[in-house]
Design a protein around this ligand. Structure first.
Ligand code: GDP
Ligand code: IMO
Ligand code: MG
Length: 425
């Protein structure tokens, strides 16, 4: 059984918690896209682990954790994350990186930071981890891959092409310092040492063996469908493909390898950074959700914007994300709420037009108003409940209505951050 787990909103849905739970039955966990812009939290017996690049499956003994070709790796960040995990006694002998993964160079983080700090109109609000510039160079065919670090001849040949272009742009466009070839080569020597214990040069044989042996593979998504570079709220997105299709391009396995796509959604919606958000609550209720749900970024610490569950984006996400089942998290955040709202459609304030399908021109979203239906709360704590049948009637009705609106079955309900606080249906 091979499963893809993806975020179905704007990230931070609780993917890592769900991945961690489902890793029990997996042999291999693969990250296919994104980089250290991700912040994945797992709570085990009250102890909190935060992952950015390393797949959360590393907490289990004997599970292979693979960073695929579609990921982008900031070497200094990778070193810090792996050093911290080793210090906490986590065994990293099963951590492997594709030689085809892209490297985030210092000029990528510099450009990301520069653009973020000098742009006002149209600012994205990135994590400043160099994600966009690294993917830009990959697509422009002037990126460095991990395998380049282990051949001076390759590196030298590539840098002769990359550096003249790169330096011209750094100096003339951004007014930043150029890099000498010697400087980049010595950085790359350091990177080669950082990655050496983990680079998986025989990744083809490894993937082939897993396939032949019918190993259970879990694809751990990062970010979320609405941050997808092709389908999200472009340009307010990340630069990779968090949709289920990204699991294929970024891992080395084809679509026929995938049996199930689990979308993770919060019982409300959050977003970090800029960009449209039709159901955003800028009032006391939004603040209340933020406080109870501890909605602060796991990577940047920025407060997450909060709003009501949006069935319009969820139906869209189910389609383009390729979802076959849903894991609904953080429903416990509403334990004390008298009423819970759900957005079923949008209304264009200019002409009254109703949208049931997601309108993709995000520059028009400022004219959209959410149409809500209101559900009564359950006014009791859900955190200790283990069985679906034991949920209060109002919680069950709310879940059924979400299933109906999104047209995808909810197979997991998460009622707290800990592994144990989960209801399987
Ligand atoms: P990810 O990026 O999708 O893996 O999500 P994050 O780790 O960035 O954010 C999710 C946060 O919610 C983390 O702090 C989790 O520990 C927490 N969390 C996950 N599921 C639940 C839940 O059902 N209830 C509550 N209260 N917290 C949860
Ligand atoms: P996980 O995996 C939430 C957002 C950033 C910004 C936009 C572009 O923890 O769900 P980037 O640095 O990627 O160029 O920033 O994407 N973003 C995330 N938001 N969760 C994430 O990851 C995110 N990764 C990127 O806030 O709006
Ligand atoms: Mg996160």
């Amino acid at each position: 059984m091979n499963r893809v787990i993806i975020g179905s909103q704007w990230g931070d849905e609780g993917k890592a918690k769900i991945t961690d739970l489902l890793t029990v039955n997996a042999d291999v966990v693969i990250r296919s896209q994104g980089g250290c812009n991700a912040g994945h939290t797992v709570v085990v017996d009250g102890k909190t682990f935060k992952f950015h690049l390393v797949p959360s499956g590393i907490l289990y003994d004997g599970k292979v954790c693979f960073l695929g070709a579609g990921t982008v790796i900031l070497p200094e960040f990778f070193k810090k994350e792996t050093d911290d995990l080793i210090e906490q006694g986590i065994d990293l002998s099963n951590l492997k990186i594709s030689p085809l993964a892209s490297i985030t160079m210092p000029y990528h983080t510099e450009v990301d930071g520069f653009v973020e700090s000098t742009t006002t109109k149209g600012k994205i609000g990135t994590t400043k981890k160099g994600i966009g510039p690294t993917y830009t160079d990959k697509m422009a065919r002037i990126g460095l891959k991990i395998q380049d670090l282990y051949s001076l001849e390759t590196l030298s040949e590539k840098l002769d092409v990359i550096l003249p272009q790169k330096n011209k742009v750094l100096e003339k466009v951004y007014g930043l310092q150029p890099y000498t070839k010697d400087c980049i080569i010595s950085l790359c020597e350091m990177y080669a040492e950082i990655f050496r214990p983990y680079v998986c040069f025989n990744w083809q044989e490894m993937l082939e063996t897993f396939k032949k042996q019918n190993k259970n593979i879990l694809f751990e998504g990062a970010q979320g469908v609405m941050l997808d570079v092709d389908y999200g709220t472009y340009p307010y997105v990340t630069s990779s493909n968090p949709i289920a299709g990204g699991a294929c391009t970024g891992s080395g396995y084809g679509p026929c390898m995938i049996d199930e796509v689990a979308g993770v959604a919060k019982a409300y919606v959050t977003r970090v950074g800029e960009g449209p958000f039709v159901t955003e609550l800028t009032d006391e209720i939004g603040k209340r959700i933020q406080d109870i749900g501890h909605e602060f970024g796991a990577t940047t610490g920025r407060p997450r914007r909060c709003g009501w569950f949006d069935a319009v984006i969820m139906r869209y996400s189910a389609l383009v994300g390729g979802l076959t089942t849903l894991a609904l998290t953080k429903i416990d955040v509403f334990d004390d709420f008298d009423e819970i709202k759900v957005c079923t459609a949008y209304k264009d304030s200019r002409n009254g037009k109703i949208y049931y399908s997601y309108p993709t021109d995000v520059y028009m979203h400022k004219y959209l108003e959410p149409i809500y239906e209101t559900h009564p709360g359950w006014k009791t704590s859900l955190s200790g409940i283990k069985k679906y049948e034991d949920l209060p009637e109002n919680a069950k009705k709310y879940l059924s209505r979400l299933e109906e609106l999104v047209n995808i079955p909810i197979s997991i309900v998460s009622v707290g951050p800990d592994r144990e606080q989960t209801i399987f249906r």
